[in-house]
Design a protein around this ligand. Structure first.
Ligand code: 5GP
Ligand code: ZN
Length: 114
C-alpha cells in the first residue's frame, strides 16, 4: 500500500534504522522508543493488523516471532529478558495500521501493561 508508512519503510522509501531484513520481513528501531531496546518487526506483506491474518499466514506469524527473538539476541536483551507486544485496533492501542511486533527490552517491564 503506497499510503502505508510501514510499507514505505519496508520498501526503503522512508529511512529507518534497520537491524534485520529478509525476504519476508524487516526489523527496525522504533522512532519513539519506550525502552532502551524498542524494535518493530513487520512483514513485507501488508496486513492491517494481526486480526487480518488467516490460518494460511500462521507460518509468517511464527517467522516474525522468531526474527524478534533473533534481534533480541543480537541486541543483547535475550538473557536479561524482553517483551513482545502486538497491538490491534482501538482498545489495543494500535496507531499504525500495518501489522507489527514490538520488541521491548533493556529495562524491567511492569504488569499489568497500561
Ligand atoms: P502501535 O501504536 O501501532 O502499536 O505502534 C506504532 C509504533 O510505530 C509506535 O511505537 C511509533 O513510535 C512507531 N512509528 C510510527 N511512525 C514511525 C516511523 O516513521 N518510523 C519508525 N521507525 N517508527 C514509527
Ligand atoms: Zn503497509
Amino acid at each position: 500500500m503506497t499510503d502505508c508508512i510501514f510499507c514505505r519503510i519496508a520498501n526503503k522509501e522512508i529511512t529507518s534504522r534497520i537491524v534485520y531484513e529478509d525476504d519476508r520481513c524487516v526489523a527496525f528501531h522504533d522512532l519513539h522508543p519506550q525502552a532502551p531496546v524498542h524494535v518493530l518487526v513487520i512483514p513485507r506483506q501488508h496486513f492491517d493488523n494481526i486480526l487480518a491474518c488467516g490460518a494460511e499466514d500462521a507460518p509468517l506469524l511464527g517467522h516474525l516471532q522468531w526474527v524478534a527473538c533473533e534481534v533480541a539476541r543480537q541486541l543483547n536483551v535475550a538473557e536479561s529478558g524482553m517483551r513482545l507486544v502486538v497491538n490491534a485496533n482501538r482498545d489495543g492501542g494500535q496507531s499504525v495500521n500495518h501489522l507489527h511486533l514490538h520488541l521491548l527490552g533493556g529495562r524491567q517491564m511492569t504488569w499489568p501493561p497500561g
